[in-house]
Design a protein around this ligand. Structure first.
Ligand code: NAD
Ligand code: IPM
Ligand code: MN
Length: 357
């Protein structure tokens, strides 16, 4: 039995979490695994009720679960709150509290989606990138931070230990993939990046079979859209990884397609890369694939249910290859479906594949 803490959050968060839970329930049934779900508030929905975006109760639900599954937080209603009351601050606090330093954001292109991206099909074909984003350090957490009437400031800081452990992860994931790491920094301007580079080079000595190159973040942003196939694992810091992963979302066709896993030494959290999408919230049209794919990552990385995870991925691929698309990935000639329809199609496909095994 696995205990899953569900934090639906705000905007489309609850809509896509709902979709992922439906898929997880079927996967549990078919693979004789029991999942126990406990739902708790986070973000704006928690603020509205408790005047804080993250209660101790929600933290306790997370600590006492095997994994956390999160939707999204934030929205226009809460954007003018003080920093520590913002929905986003809750997510950062949770990542830190659970020690989730390694954020995996894989971007690959399904063949049937080649024409649904704003990038050209021949640029995309065969792309399979893993962005490994440091998640509990850097400018997101550095002190001092703040603003007054005259100035605003943040601190970008990385310790040796923080860079070492994320670099090690990058080389280890690369070993299971195509053995190439691109470390992305801004070492031509920032001392913190110079330091990052030095530590990464040091760690690489334990992984001589993995190729390492360094790239400045401005160039990396351009290279991801120019020729994404050149990348295998992109190792980068918290802020650069945030930006580069939204860019990389266009490899998949939409931000609504990009899943993520956040891993530490004890806990794990799974969430779509996208936010609460206030512009489409409540309409039932959000793309549930990022969330469903994050659930597939959860089965693989936390529960060793590799087969079930692979079948979910194949189900998504098959549904897409039949031309079904939510609005964000729709083009003329495709079959437009809602969040719920897309979810049910993926479940039908899942059941069909399991039946033939
Ligand atoms: P966003 O990711 O919410 O949306 C960006 C664009 O992508 C929007 O046009 C949206 O409609 C579209 N989009 C995103 N997910 C989609 C999906 N599943 N299906 C279809 N279309 C989708 O980013 P934003 O608009 O910059 O931010 C909105 C709020 O979300 C902000 O408060 C922000 O802080 C928050 N946010 C939260 C997370 C998170 O919880 N992990 C991540 C990013 C942004
Ligand atoms: C993400 C989001 C978060 C981040 C925000 C909501 C705190 O943009 O997960 O990509 O910047 O890490
Ligand atoms: Mn982001």
């Amino acid at each position: 039995m696995y205990r899953i803490a569900l934090l639906p959050g705000d905007g489309i968060g609850p809509e896509v979490v709902n979709a992922a839970v439906k898929v997880l329930k079927i996967a549990g049934e078919k693979f004789n695994t029991e999942f126990e779900f406990k739902t708790a508030l986070i973000g704006g929905s928690s603020y509205d009720k408790f005047k804080t975006p993250l209660t101790d109760e929600t933290l306790d639900v997370c600590y006492s679960s095997d994994v956390v599954f999160l939707g999204a937080v934030g929205g226009p209603d809460w954007e003018n709150l003080e920093h520590h009351l913002k929905p986003e601050a809750a997510l950062l606090k949770l990542r830190k509290a659970l020690g989730l330093f390694a954020n995996l954001r894989p971007a690959r292109v399904y063949n049937s989606m080649l024409e649904n991206s704003s990038l050209k099909a021949d640029v995309l074909k065969g792309t399979d990138v893993l962005i490994l984003r440091e998640l509990t350090g850097g400018i997101y957490f550095g002190e001092p931070r703040g603003y007054d009437d005259e100035k605003g400031f943040n601190t970008m800081i990385y310790t040796k230990e923080e860079v070492e452990r994320i670099a090690r992860k990058a080389f280890e994931f690369a070993r299971q993939r195509n053995k190439r790491v691109a470390s992305v920094d801004k070492a031509n301007v920032l001392e913190v990046s110079q330091f990052w580079r030095k530590v990464v080079v040091e760690v690489r000595k334990d992984y001589p079979d993995v190729q390492l190159n360094h790239m400045y973040v401005d160039n990396a942003a351009m290279q991801i859209v120019r020729d994404p196939k050149q990348f295998d694992v992109i190792l980068t810091s918290n802020l650069f990884g945030d930006i580069l992963s939204d860019i990389a979302a266009m490899i998949t066709g939409s931000l609504g397609m990009l899943p993520s896993a956040s891993l530490g030494t004890k806990y794990a959290l799974y969430e779509p890369v996208h936010g609460s999408a206030p512009d489409i919230a409540g309409k039932g049209i959000a793309n549930p694939i990022a969330a469903i794919s994050s659930a597939a990552m959860m089965l693989k990385y936390s529960f060793q249910m590799d087969k079930a995870s692979e079948i979910i991925e194949n189900s998504i691929e098959n549904v897409l290859s039949k031309g079904y698309r939510t609005k964000d990935i729709f083009k003329e000639g495709d079959k437009l479906v809602t969040t719920e329809e897309m979810t049910n199609l993926i479940i039908e496909e899942f059941e069909k594949i399991v039946a033939t095994q």
